[in-house]
Design a protein around this ligand. Sequence first.
Ligand code: GLP
Length: 241
Amino acid sequence: MEVIIQKNTDAGCLLGARIIAKLVREKPDAVLGLATGRTPLQLYQELIRLHRTEGLDFSRITTFNLDEYVGLPATHDQSYRWFMRENFFRHINIDQRRTHVPDGTAADVHAECRDYEKRIEAAGGIDLQLLGLGRNGHIGFNEPTGSLRSRTWIKILSEQTLRDNSAVFGDFAQMPRHAITMGVGTILDARRVLLLAFGPAKCRAVTAMVEGPLAAICPASALQLHPRATILLDDTSAAGL
Ligand code: GLP
């Protein structure tokens, strides 16, 4: 693991955006794995800025998002498809047909999981997977104690994740209890992984991920096995290292 500690979220997101922009310039048809959540928002803003000011070209880029809530249509403002469109895709020159987010409304969600894996494979695999980190050590929606070799699957959201995400969701009672997520094995197959975690609330999970034992109780610890994982932190999330 390459651990990089920046002085704050702004600096961390700028560096993260620079790493992705470099890949997009070097490989204009790269396959990016993308993440939602509050953490990567500034990173997306910086990529949008680079698109507008320097013409960073996304026209041949393909994307696969990590996860989606089961039951939420793309028109729901808390769906991850909506998040990606509003916060990134509609501001850049990406071909919408090349953007993939699991379909949480599929009639057969298990078939959707299998199909998602096939689509990633058909695209040639993921060049760089962007990740956030749950306070309980989850990546994507791979909650503690799941298989570290899992492929795209359905996960039941933990109480803590429901509570954490209800802050943006608005209404706890209305939150979906399940999500489709790339598995830990799917994430480990990416040729490069870039995880961002900022703020004191992530400190414990960061310590377990970087210095703890490889264990299903902290799914992010599986990144210790990845040959090219970059972990971008700030002073507060890195305080336990
Ligand atoms: C969510 C998402 C993850 C995200 C994490 C952290 O539940 N499924 O992909 O990385 O929790 O979210 P945030 O960045 O808002 O702290």
